[in-house]
Design a protein around this ligand. Structure first.
Ligand SMILES: [Zn+2]
Length: 279
């Protein structure tokens, strides 16, 4: 892996940050360009998750020497299951047997990973089988779903996964100016309270708007961290990547609360205070 593309480097940066900051989520959807070229990067991530030596060797990416890493490369590691479509679909019975198998504790480590290739081939019935598993997995079980196009994956699956990308996408999504301005306030910290009135009046007047705005901000940060070039957001270069990850975590934790009958302004104060504490 010598000549890494820009997007591959960014991907590695990102997974290193995840591991170093201990922010491993329990389900990922990774968008791949060329499956055979990109799959080694998925395995790299898996090795970081499963190899006990990977963290201390993070500069060398992985130890690549220990038995665990060797077995992962050979496809023989018992705590890594890879599910592939059976014909045109991923069938319900494939997922049921995965679930059954992962019900038992691992004999080796504290984590187990399963990969579902071509996650776009999950039909609604097979998807249903793993939704709960994705949402409330047993401790230490990590799902990695792969696809060539996230937009072909069922929404119910997509919304439960953190999205990483190895696709060099040049698509420029244009984002509302007021969202950009809000992001500037957000990453500067104190500006959130200095410009509180403007934010409340014109940017986040009520909770349905707030939900949309924070959803797009989360997407923007994730796209940025996973290496999507977008000139519009080049100002994020000045931002500490771990801070961006913290913002994502805060958004993910706070947004669901909006569904309950909460006092919107108190909620806003509390999420802003959390943002300010990040720096
Ligand atoms: Zn290893």
């Amino acid at each position: 892996m010598n000549d890494l593309t820009y997007i591959q480097k960014k991907f590695i940066d990102y997974i290193e940050i995840i591991m170093k900051s201990n922010k491993l989520s329990h389900s990922y959807l990774i968008e791949l360009g060329d499956s055979s070229l990109d799959f080694p990067f998925v395995l790299l991530f898996v090795k970081m998750i499963l190899c006990p030596d990977s963290i201390c060797n993070i500069n060398g990416l992985n130890c690549n020497k220990c038995n665990i890493c060797k077995l992962i490369d050979e496809g023989n590691f018992p705590d890594l299951e890879i599910i592939e479509a059976d014909g045109m679909q991923i069938k319900k019975k494939q997922l049921l047997s995965l679930k059954e198998e992962y019900q038992n504790f691992s004999l080796i480590g504290r984590r187990r990973v399963y990969i579902i290739r071509e996650a776009d081939k999950l039909n609604p019935s097979s998807a249903n089988t793993i939704l709960k598993f994705l949402e409330e997995p047993e401790e230490g079980i990590i799902a990695i779903l792969l696809t060539k196009n996230r937009y072909q994956v069922l929404d119910t699956i997509l919304s439960r996964c953190q999205i990483l990308s190895l696709v060099d996408s040049t698509e420029v999504s244009t984002v509302d100016d007021s969202i950009i301005r809000f992001i500037h306030y957000l990453i500067s910290g104190d500006d959130l309270f200095i410009h509180y009135k403007e934010i409340l009046d014109s940017m986040l007047p009520e909770k349905t708007v707030a939900k949309e705005v924070f959803d797009s901000i989360e997407k923007i940060f994730i796209q940025y961290l996973s290496g999507h070039e977008n000139k519009q957001f080049s100002f994020l270069n000045s931002c500490n990547r771990e801070h961006l990850l913290s913002y994502i975590t805060i958004i993910e934790e706070e947004i669901p609360k909006l569904m309950y009958n909460i006092n919107y302004k108190l909620w806003l104060d509390s999420i802003f205070s959390r943002f300010v504490e990040v720096k």
